[in-house]
Design a protein around this ligand. Sequence first.
Ligand code: MTE
Length: 323
Amino acid sequence: MIIKPSQALKPNHLLTEADVTPEHIYRERRKFMQQGGWALAGGVLSTFAPSLFASGLSYKATQYGKKETLTPEEAVTSYNNFYELGTGKSDPVNNADQLKTQDWKITVEGHAENTGVFALEDIIKKQQLEERIYRLRCVEAWSMVIPWVGFSLADMLKQFKPTSKAKYVEFTSIYDPKNLKAQSSLFSTIDWPYKEGLRMDEAMNELTFMATGLYGKSLPNQNGAPIRLVVPWKYGFKSIKSIVKIRFTDTMPETTWSQIAPREYGFYANVNPNVDHPRWSQASERRLPTSFFNIKKIPTQMFNGYEQQVAHLYKGMDLTRYY
Ligand code: MTE
């Protein structure tokens, strides 16, 4: 979705089909940027083609996922899992304005030299934004291909100088029960705030990404604004949204889904077609968007197809036990 100038102030979750630019135009824009278009364009193109620039984010194109067919932005931003905004797939887009992202801060704690409370913009300004196209495989057996904008988690964590005692990193999402209605609901199964964690070597792997945007512009609230994790070889629930705290620990942190159902959702949660969820098969997935007549089932790949980059992290581990 590329915002037309007239729509620039309309919240993402209110954009209609008519406000959306089709994928081929997005692709063209991407190609243009890859060819150094930003540098060449100066003020000239912005006069002739304002919609190319209206989305604002300036980032570097990369080779990640270049050959993938993207999931249309409409699906990426309207079929979501974000329990803070409701449990239905369209609740996050419909309740997106419950998430307040102004003056976002991230608290850094634990085994690191540079701890404290940091304004998000101070963290981001040290990073060069880039685009990476990754597959996202949900544990519920659906998947998407998403062009994220952000930076490597490793580069961000280095800012905080973790010490040798840091063996894991724990992430915590926003806790704001006044505005996020699900967090004050008596019926919620989640012990808020949502928490996730990675082993330090997983966190420092080159694929692990912090996204601040998608489809060329800032993250919509329903996708985890203003900053979320993306771990493409793990089930989607590891990719925690709207992060407010990072803590370096020497023991494995508790994580939301393994607290709720430890037999179903382990700490590692690596995508693995050979280890079924206790209640359904993980051998294949529905590539979204699907329809009643076209359920695009494709085989699930080991580590979601990122085996070459990450298999070494689990050498010697029994992946049926450490699921
Ligand atoms: N992060 C938070 N804070 N709350 C959530 O409910 N859901 C997870 C993950 N991150 C979730 C979250 C799940 S189950 C998935 S599949 C992905 O976000 C979905 O990301 P998307 O909605 O951007 O596709």
